[in-house]
Design a protein. Structure first.
Length: 420
């Protein structure tokens, strides 16, 4: 459910007509619904309330400070993967003890910073990383909590680029190596291996892969208990799918009903890292139709948002529903909706049956709140889009559109190029 609704042929975000926002702020424009964001977080929290989990929203899905603050103020922790995300998390006011840090490639500087700030734990992805964190923690004279990210070798039934829990993926540690590391954990003088972590992929619409992965981990925890190893945390990652097209993803309640009985058995503090579930349907990308172009083979609707604004269709052939902001009784036709970028991969929809559009119309690319703006770039020296958040009948700019100066602000022309 979300707060983007067509009323009398016009798309509304909460109580504001989206076309008014497009005219006021210009396009491309990301529009987020505050209420939807809060609702999704609350749904998950209440479905899992019997274990009172720490919900660490996955910053990579949408890292805008205002969005982070909405969630942090409601008790969310944050799941980060870089020094940049640590910076954002702290800027948004997240207490360090609610931050968990994954990534296969943490640098020494990133590790140092995270230790200095006192994050809750590192989700460690390899033996060499474990040794490195131990070495750095020793230098800083700190005992650091870590969770081992396990690779349970489970097929999550999603796009291969966003599958992360198979042994052919770069993520996590296989169970045997993790077991060995835990048995030898006293050789890590400055590390407290306090938990286990899994994240098997993203946009997973059924609960069966989650259940299979958790069952494997529970067996593993039992083996550890037998060996006298007792943990504190179990982090079950993110990955919950949302509706883009005709999917019927499990609801928070259904997901909870399947995994909670298993999680309770562990007696461990549960951490989760949802990204898309919270923010995916809370945001849309609004674009303006620049031209309608007919070729002997196709009709193209050329809009002012491109793959630099939303790369998911180009990268994963992802489907995003597209709707005109205002209905017009002009019939329907099959078109490709494309952006202005000089690549044939620059499309938002291909072979899509849409209401007939004309120059100057606005469209909404739905379900663009997750991995939309956060994966956007300045390719073709295009300025990153503006972002606004709607709260009932008010709208707030949460990121200004880039200025041209922003495109070059770190660049320098060496004097010799001027002949000096
Ligand atoms: N935890 C870890 C360790 C992750 O790697 C991810 C996402 C999450 C949590 C959050 O997953 P979510 O609940 O959002 O599924 N760019 C892709 C998705 C990449 C996901 C990367 N990891 C897309 O646009 O579909």
């Amino acid at each position: 459910m979300h707060e983007f609704k067509v009323i009398n042929g016009k798309l509304f975000c909460e109580k504001i007509e989206v076309e008014l926002l497009a005219r006021r702020f210009g396009t491309p424009l990301y529009v987020y619904s505050y209420q939807t964001l809060v609702d999704h977080f609350t749904k998950l929290k209440s479905a899992f309330r019997s274990v009172d989990p720490l919900i660490c929203y996955s910053v990579k899905a949408n890292s805008n400070l205002a969005i982070l603050k909405v969630l942090v103020d409601r008790g969310a922790g944050l799941d980060i993967v870089s020094g940049g995300e640590l910076f954002r998390a702290l800027q948004a006011g997240c207490p360090a003890e609610r931050i968990v840090y994954a990534s296969v490639g943490k640098t020494d500087v990133e590790i140092q910073e995270a230790i200095r700030h006192g994050i809750l734990c590192f989700n460690v992805e390899s033996g060499p990383e474990l040794e490195n964190i131990n070495r750095i923690a020793k230098k800083l004279n700190k005992i650091v909590k870590v969770a081992l990210r396990l690779n349970p070798d489970i097929e999550p039934k999603t796009h291969k680029y966003i599958t992360t829990g198979k042994l052919t993926n770069k993520f996590g540690i296989d169970l045997k190596s993790a077991y060995d590391a835990l048995l030898l954990s006293n050789q890590y003088s400055h590390i407290d291996i306090a938990g286990l972590h899994i994240h098997i992929g993203s946009q997973i619409t059924e609960s069966s892969p989650f259940v299979a992965a958790i069952k494997k981990i529970i067996k593993f925890i039992d083996e550890l208990k037998k060996a006298g190893i007792i943990l504190k945390y179990l982090n079950i990652g993110g990955g919950l799918g949302i509706v883009y097209d005709g999917e019927k993803p499990q609801t928070a309640v259904k997901y909870a009903s399947k995994v909670l009985p298993l999680l309770k058995k562990t007696g461990l503090k549960i951490i989760m890292e949802p990204g898309r579930f919270i923010v995916g349907n809370a945001g849309i990308l609004v674009a303006k139709v620049l031209y309608i172009k007919s070729t002997p083979k196709k009709k193209f609707v050329i809009v002012d948002a491109g793959m630099n604004d939303l790369i998911r269709p180009a990268l994963y052939s992802a489907y995003h529903n597209i709707i005109p902001l205002k209905a017009a009784a002009r019939g329907k036709e099959v078109v490709d909706v494309v952006g202005p970028i000089c690549e044939s991969g620059d499309f938002l929809a291909k072979g899509r049956l849409l209401p007939k559009l004309k120059e100057g119309d606005y469209i909404a690319v739905m379900s663009a709140g997750a991995y939309g703006f956060s994966m956007s770039s300045n390719y073709n020296s295009r300025r990153k889009a503006q972002e606004v958040m709607v709260v009932k009948d008010e709208s707030y700019v949460i990121r200004r559109r880039d200025a041209y100066e922003d495109l070059i602000h770190n660049e320098e022309i060496p004097l010799f190029l001027y002949g000096l």
